[in-house]
Design a protein around this ligand. Sequence first.
Ligand SMILES: COc1ccc([C@@H]2N[C@@H](C)[C@@H](O)[C@H]2O)cc1
Length: 451
Amino acid sequence: MELKYGASREKPREDAAMQRFRGHRVGQFIHWGLYALPAGRWEGKDVEFAAEFLPRVAKVPQQRWEALANDFTLADFDAERWADTAVALGARYMTITTKHHDGFCLWPSAHTDFHMGNTPSGRDVLGELVAAYEARGIDVNFYYSVLDWRHPDWRFTLENDADNLAFARYLDFAMKQLEELAERYPSVKGFWFDGTWDESVKANGWWTWEVERMLKERLPGVVVNSRLRADDLGARHVDSNGLLMGDYESGYERRLPEPWDRSVAARDWEACMTIPQASWGYHQGPWAQSTLKHPWDVVDMIAHCTSLGGNFLLNFGPRGDGSMAPAEVEIARTVGEWLAVNGEAIYGCGYAEGWDYPGWGYFTRDSSTGKVFAVVTRAPASGRIRLELPTGLELVGLRLLGSGEYPFKGLADSVFEVELGGASNAGPRVFAVETSALAHPASEKEPNPDV
Ligand SMILES: COc1ccc([C@@H]2N[C@@H](C)[C@@H](O)[C@H]2O)cc1
């Protein structure tokens, strides 16, 4: 059907900026704002919900919430230390909350009084972060919440003309803030939109289309997530003709594609994930701190995303004083040490055509060399993994990344079992699967009889 505000292309972007984003595979998400000060606790009680939702869940009066800006002293905020955590993680890009749902801005915005300029330090947090991350070669993306609980013209629904007029003013305000971000920080590489699920936004698909157009005009190459977009009929992420809007699909939030399905690999996509079970902002309570993910779980998720051509954005919630949470830094370090040895199977890799999901982990394929890797994140209790080669290939050897050893060489069969050897304390093992074309391809594999 004819759409004015639908998808702007039928196929994935292939320009250099998009190829760079696609090849990053691992990103650092950061949720930081006034919510890091109470950190999930209000009036002495733990609020067992995402820390960044505290003002809503605990029904904090607006003035009391705004007064937190006076305590936002940045006493221990050091952009260099944050950027070092991204390096330790092995992240190639970072996405920072410029403004979350409470409306507080991490930059001195000219379009509101609720921003860093009206805090004791007055520091431009975004400016300091862009400088520190880019000095380390890490791309910076901006998260921006269209939903704004504080702005008087925000509307969840549009019931009458007065709502329409007010919301038109709000959309104008948000557009001005986005133009301001593009103007102040022109090296930004992407925008990650959130807070676009309400009826009010869905009824204004034209505005979401206009935002994408404006950003791409001002910042050529910039990458925009699908979550911004609604089409003429209010369809989100994918337009009413079934085409992806924006540059990559961003519906996977605290979940990955389950079951593993090769069809996901047809599009660019990114999954974002918390380290605690369900809080994006720092939450000090045992409700969150008792649920931190194990580094090998994070490695499994990274490999899962890569195997289906997706990026993985791991979230960090710095504390109210600006320091990174030590437990999260430790997880970053362990994952980064694994990537330092095995990143060859992740960075610049994607879906390995012809290699089915093996169950004990994932196959990935280097998009430029065609090299295939076996990432064993779920070693069977037997200590043996079964590899099934695509028809027409024979195995030349399996090279263990890191040691470079060839524990397995010269097996020619199309299906074989491989002894893994003892458990590794260095985390999931990765093998480069070296194959060559079979001179006389075996006949087609005998099918299982239909039972
Ligand atoms: C259940 O509804 C929501 C609404 C917003 C979110 C926000 N999206 C994540 C990326 C975080 O920013 C979280 O606050 C999460 C769940």
